[in-house]
Ligand binder design. Structure first.
Ligand code: ARG
Length: 458
């Protein structure tokens, strides 16, 4: 049962067969294709569009196909072009010509749209699970290191001291939005297109709602032309994946930086690091580098999918077959990246001596100095100027702020008193005690809220 060539006088040229066949990759849709066919056949029987006994024979035959697929015994054939024709041909081998009744009231155009929607819905479920896994790894790591301080950076220059846990919880927040974005694709993919036919709808009294219900869809598509043309739900996944990978890439970049000798903040466990084929001393953070690198291909897949859709006239065009490989690749990349990053993060050890040293150095307490003067009544702009002068002075004396004596401070403002000597990294962090701030109490609360949200999410 080759794809119908009823009006064509010659067999397909071999080069064309190779060029147009999609079975090498769309075999991945097989479970959805068969499930869709079973639901369609049952409905055809119930609606008396085909005899009930034929529907039953088809459903039984498809059960056999399902078992072959599950056990890896299904004989895929390139000359049958795609997964839809492969399944139907195999069904005919099992049950004979009655298999030809399965395609009543259906086209490969609405069939492939159905398969893709089912695939995206599953992909979303797995992607969200992987996002949650990475969130869990980050939150537990934060909880285990809740006393570690690092410099908070702006412009990649040391800014103000923060808790490492607070920094990591920033990624928890990004990933929360990523999970939301994935869920939104689920909602938009969750609309059932069968019954749209090739483009115009169907002349048979199909019970579209019954098929939607059996396949677990929330609704049926409202316009047959849109239903066979639309791949927005694929683009939605690519966008969600692109943004989620961007977040992974930023995290990965920081892990790479932090594991350099220059930062020396963290070390991956040996099981999550690689060596160099040339330099015996090397321990490289390849997992993080690849997470950063693979973000590029996920962006590439988004661009491929957007470009594919641009300028396509309604409705179905064979171009749409090209929607599959980029999507499959992005789903695999997202799942792999999130899962391995979660493991790699759990393996990290922190060099608390280095992080504390960095958090206290480079005049990161200069803002606290200004805030101290503000509390004594000085306008902030003026206080900013005084603190800047103190820093200049300390640099000229080759001293840190902590090395200065009260008399030295008082050269710059009479408002300085003993209190200035108790400005410290820990006091600075503890003072950011409002919602969203880095004070230990706030971070503790954020960790508890995150843990609860992750427990409730499953
Ligand atoms: N392999 C095709 C695809 O992925 C299936 C739909 C084919 N439809 C058609 N009219 N040729 O898009």
């Amino acid at each position: 049962m080759k794809p119908s060539r009823s009006r064509l006088a010659k067999p397909m040229a071999p080069a064309v067969q190779r060029y147009t066949a999609s079975i090498a990759f769309d075999r991945r849709l097989a479970p959805y294709d068969v499930a869709g066919s079973i639901a369609h056949a049952r409905m055809l029987g119930k609606q008396r569009i085909i005899p009930a006994k034929d529907a039953a024979a088809i459903v039984r035959g498809l059960g056999k196909v399902q078992r072959e697929l599950a056990t890896g015994k299904f004989p895929y054939r390139e000359e049958l072009e795609d997964i839809h024709m492969n399944v139907e041909a195999r069904l005919a081998e099992f049950i004979g010509p009655v298999a030809g009744k399965l395609h009543t009231g259906r086209s490969r155009n609405d069939q492939v749209a159905l398969d893709m929607r089912m695939f995206v819905k599953d992909a979303v479920v797995h992607s969200v699970a992987s996002v949650l896994g990475l969130q869990r790894a980050l939150v537990e790591f934060a909880a285990r290191h809740d006393a570690v301080v690092i410099p908070g950076y702006t412009h990649l220059q040391r800014g103000q001291p923060v808790l490492l846990a607070h920094h990591l919880l920033a990624y928890y927040e990004m990933l929360r939005r990523d999970a939301d974005r994935f869920y939104e694709c689920f909602t938009r993919a969750d609309v059932m297109p069968l019954g749209s036919g090739a483009v115009a709808g169907s002349p048979y009294p199909l019970d579209r709602d019954a098929v939607a219900k059996e396949l677990g869809f929330a609704a049926v598509t409202a316009n047959s032309i849109d239903a066979v043309s639309d791949r927005d739900f694929v683009l939605d996944y690519h966008v969600a994946a692109g943004i989620a990978m961007m977040h992974c890439s930023r995290l990965a970049e920081e892990l790479v930086l932090w594991s350099t000798a220059e930062f020396g903040f963290i070390e991956f466990d040996d099981a999550y690091a690689t060596g160099s084929s040339l330099m015996p001393q090397k321990k490289n953070p390849d997992v993080a580098e690849l997470a950063r690198g693979k973000t590029g291909r996920v962006y590439g897949n988004l661009m491929a999918a957007l470009t594919l859709m641009k300028g396509l006239p309604l409705s179905y065009n064979r171009d749409l077959q090209e929607d599959k490989e980029p999507l499959f690749d992005s789903v695999d990349t997202v799942l792999d990246t999130f899962d391995v990053l979660a493991e790699a993060i759990a393996s990290i050890t922190v060099n608390q001596r280095r992080t504390r040293e960095a958090a206290g150095g480079s005049f990161v307490l200069a803002t606290d100095l200004a805030d101290y003067l503000v509390k004594k009544g000085m306008p902030f702009r003026e206080a900013h100027g005084v603190a800047g002068q103190v820093v200049q002075y300390a640099i000229a004396q080759d001293k840190q702020l902590g090395d200065l004596r009260l008399l030295e401070y008082q050269r710059f403002s009479r408002l300085f008193d003993d209190g200035v000597l108790s400005i410290s990294v820990d006091a600075s962090i503890a003072s950011r005690d409002i919602p969203g701030g880095t004070a230990p109490a706030q971070v503790k609360r954020a960790i508890a809220a995150a843990r609860k949200a992750l427990r409730d999410a499953h």
